[in-house]
Ligand binder design. Structure first.
Ligand SMILES: Cc1cc2nc3c(=O)[nH]c(=O)nc-3n(C[C@H](O)[C@H](O)[C@H](O)COP(=O)(O)OP(=O)(O)OC[C@H]3O[C@@H](n4cnc5c(N)ncnc54)[C@H](O)[C@@H]3O)c2cc1C
Ligand SMILES: C=Cc1c2[nH]c(c1C)Cc1[nH]c(c(CCC(=O)O)c1C)Cc1[nH]c(c(C)c1CCC(=O)O)Cc1[nH]c(c(C)c1C=C)C2
Length: 479
């Protein structure tokens, strides 16, 4: 009899799982259930009538490392090679990242020379912290906060400024709460294996197997890309930017008989029945690709132990304000700048989109596109209840940040504000244990359920794709 696999959630994780099923699970009926009327989840962009593209979620994907190469292989398999916008490794957007500290913008050290000398906002050459790290004893802790780990190994200044900012620029999170073991497994493993992060970086390898060779990953290595984004160059009016990726994946569903159903409620996985408002679907297996919290609300009372674990994986809310200014208004070129929480807990950072992707500027006169990101782990404390805050207020705070940090005095020509509610999972200390409990529960109860998505093993687009494919491989007995 034909096997049915239900995938819940059409974000990049659910889409990647469907794509992998289509490729390897021949004869399987795949049903994709999505609560909203849009595919892509947090991959979401707007193209204005003037041709400018504004990303409200991710905008850059790292090509490096095994998971980066794996994504590029998928791009290649989908025939999207010509639709991606690479940012070369030697481009200012790849080379220059900034921090806003003490009311000034500082370039982050990016060369050997710059770590040998004192580069503000740091008060000592970074090489000193690196050399000292080699002498720090290995601690056999099961987990600790990113801040505690980095302060212990590299000193307080780097932890307070650089590491704090990095956690805001990837997790919109607080390094004093996030887990080093789950957020930066390479750093944690380097200490466990080599007794030092520096030695681990020098001698350690990647964290997952390399994908089979395809043309694209090799090209990126040769040309040394810093990051890339997707756009439909050939039919630029069709659909905007990164959303095209999910659109293209969705074309695949229609050709492989994936049924896309909006507005559903999963009722009981244990008896292999997915219950919708208007009927039921019998499933041999369910792949959950929603957030852990969303899944927890779909499970029956008999799965309370699993529900309990899932509810502990919370996510941060980010206000994303896209701004478009007339002319070239930036005093610096680069990827953008981050703001450490000690400087200003509210504004996480500003991305200089038009530097990385000038192709996505409006046609005609020169413009500057910026994205201000605010809130994250500090949303409630700094901004308030996301259900009550006005978009006008957020726009004012964002414009003030651009004025104050970058000296831009004019008002933007165009703006879009989104409150991305609970958009980035926070892997707090002990996350590894929660994952272990979830895995053990699923294994021992033999419930036909797999969990994939940003809530578990990595928030980047690369990780979402890689781990969704891995779950499908496991289901098919391929790994
Ligand atoms: C502002 C922002 C910037 C980012 N920047 C980057 C970046 O530059 N680079 C990078 O690599 N990553 C970035 N990320 C992270 C990355 O975009 C996300 O982690 C990733 O897109 C999550 O994908 P997902 O499929 O796991 O989850 P989601 O995108 O959350 O998809 C889950 C889907 O499930 C659906 N759903 C929810 N509940 C139900 C239900 N009950 N029934 C059915 N469907 C349901 C949702 O509607 C959604 O479509 C960024 C994220 C944000 C928010
Ligand atoms: C200010 C908030 C945020 C900015 N980007 C994100 C948030 C929450 C989300 C995000 N950014 C990156 C990733 C993927 C990480 C990966 O492992 O691939 C995610 C989920 C990429 C990224 N952005 C910055 C760094 C240092 C990284 C990781 C490494 C890399 O891709 O090179 C820096 C950065 N992010 C933001 C700004 C303003 C900024 C400035 C330098 C926005």
């Amino acid at each position: 009899m034909q096997r049915t696999v239900v995938v819940t959630g059409a974000g990049i994780s659910g889409l990647a799982a469907c794509c992998h099923l289509a490729k390897y699970a021949h004869g399987t009926k795949v049903i994709l259930l999505e609560a909203s009327d849009r595919l892509g989840g947090w991959l979401h962009s707007t193209r204005t009538e003037r041709g400018a593209v504004f990303e409200h979620g991710p905008r850059g994907i790292r090509p490096a490392g095994p998971v980066g190469k794996n994504t590029l292989k998928l791009v290649s398999d989908l025939g999207l090679e010509n639709d991606i916008l690479p940012v070369p490794g030697d481009h200012p957007a790849s080379q220059n990242r900034y921090l806003y500290v003490d009311g000034k913008i500082h370039k982050l050290p990016s060369s050997i020379g710059s770590i040998l000398q004192t580069s503000p906002p740091f008060t000592k050459p970074i090489i000193g912290s690196i050399l000292k790290e080699l002498m720090v004893r290995r601690e056999k802790t099961p987990d600790e906060t990113v801040h505690a780990f980095m302060q212990r190994r590299f000193g307080k200044e780097l932890a307070d400024i650089a590491v704090d900012s990095l956690c805001r620029g990837v997790f919109a999170g607080d390094c004093r709460k996030l887990s080093v073991r789950s957020c930066f497994p390479m750093l944690y493993n380097a200490e466990q294996k080599y007794g030092s992060v520096v030695l681990g970086m020098l001698f350690g390898g990647g964290n997952c197997p390399s994908p089979r060779n395809s043309g694209l990953p090799i090209v990126t290595t040769k040309k040394s890309w810093g990051r890339w984004s997707l756009t439909f160059k050939r039919n630029s009016k069709a659909l905007p930017s990164l959303s095209n990726y999910s659109f293209k994946l969705s074309i695949l569903y229609y050709s492989m008989h994936v049924l896309v159903m909006p507005e559903f409620r999963l009722f009981n996985v244990s008896i292999r029945v997915v219950k919708l408002q208007d009927g039921t679907i019998k499933a041999d297996h369910v792949i959950s690709a929603t957030s852990a919290k969303a899944l927890s609300f779909m499970l029956p009372p008999s799965m309370d132990a699993l529900t309990e674990e899932l509810r502990q994986i919370l996510s941060a809310t980010v206000a994303v304000v896209n701004l478009e200014y007339e002319g070239s208004v930036l005093p610096f070129v680069g990827f953008g700048h981050l703001v450490p929480s000690l400087e200003d807990a509210c504004v996480l950072g500003i991305i200089y989109d038009s530097v990385s992707y000038p192709q996505q500027n409006r046609t005609g006169a020169p413009t500057t596109r910026l994205t201000v990101m605010m809130g994250g782990a500090w949303f409630l404390e700094q901004i308030g209840d996301p259900d009550k805050i006005s978009q006008d207020h957020l726009l004012k705070v964002a414009m003030e940040a651009v004025r104050c940090h970058l000296g831009v005095q004019t008002d933007p020509l165009y703006s879009i504000t989104h409150i991305q509610k609970e958009c980035i999972p926070q892997y707090t200390v002990g996350h590894w244990k929660r994952l272990e409990n979830i895995t053990n529960y699923l294994h021992h109860s033999k419930v036909p359920l797999s969990v994939v998505g940003a809530s578990y093993q990595g928030v980047s687009v690369n990780d979402c794709i890689y781990f969704a494919q891995l779950a499908v491989d496991k289901l098919l007995g391929k790994s």
